[in-house]
Design a binder for this molecule. Sequence first.
Ligand code: ADP
Ligand code: MG
Length: 349
Amino acid sequence: MTKISLGIIGGGQLGSLLCAAGKNININTVVISDDEDSPAKHFADHFIYSKYDNEENLTKFTSMVDKITYEFENIPYDVLSKLNKVKKVDPNPEVNKIVQHRYSEKNFLIKKNIKTTDFEKIVNESDIKKNKNLLPGILKTSTLGYDGKGQYKLNNLEDLDNHKINFDREFVLEKLVNLEKEISVVITRFSKDNYEIYEPIENLHEEQILKYSTIPAKINLSHFKKSQEWAKLISEELQYVGTLCVEFFIDKDQNLYVNEIAPRVHNSGHLTINAYNISQFENHIRAVCGLEKIKLEKICNAKMINIIGDEINNYRNKKYTEKEFFFDYLKKEIKPKRKMGHLTIIENK
Ligand code: ADP
Ligand code: MG
């Protein structure tokens, strides 16, 4: 049988780990990225450096692949839907349209009776004044934010003077949740009511960047069940194909909220590489490429540590035990707050 060729838009660490998973199951990977130094160029079978609106390169890309997927959600909808007419794109571009915009994402959740943080759309300063009941809160750009980028903490209206906020973008103002903990649920949907779901993962952020992910999450049974139930509902409602991650908040009064949906493989799911028979990356490829679904089995408990900025120097020449798995994303430049690699430590169930 000829090898299936999977096109991946985006060349960061998620793209790299997808390529590595593809290699294990004999899938050919073609990455297109607008960053010449993309880490994924070390892992992909073919790498195309191109802006995402370069017609000629997109044509070359589509001619080399059978299926298309993406590793980040900020690709313009028009680009994805154009590609989808030539080669099937999964998750469907319509999913991205809803999820890449915080306001439409939250409205989608509310319509499905899923609890989310209190929020309002903000286009100027007076909108914030009108919604001061949401303070203390976090003002987030509606699009293009990640790792806390494009976010401003507002304790009160006076704080507006401390941040020089540029209102030529749209924002969402979200009430601050008194956090007890954060969890995420990774799910891979193959088709209607046909999915594999991982157990909830407990996440700890430092400076709004994920630092530690652990299974099992220390949560009660009701949060365990509810978070998985909502993740299933979300993926069914979106008619999603591939791996998706839902991020949740649990507050001090034990309320569960959906924070956001990531229509892709997720940093908190890296530990699935070592803790399960099939990782979130392999499952994503299986679903998108229409391969057989294999029953998920947990092998062990695990903890993942994100290696940020120059911390990577301490990890590169270290010796590891057989329970430690170090992943170097091979990024060309070390920058503060940049995710440079991760370490997963496994332990018996
Ligand atoms: P990003 O797209 O950068 O991941 P998030 O909305 O997930 O943005 O915010 C990043 C982190 O900031 C969250 O994981 C959480 O730790 C903190 N945070 C965000 N919104 C709130 C909120 N409304 N209340 C409390 N903490 C928040
Ligand atoms: Mg987040």
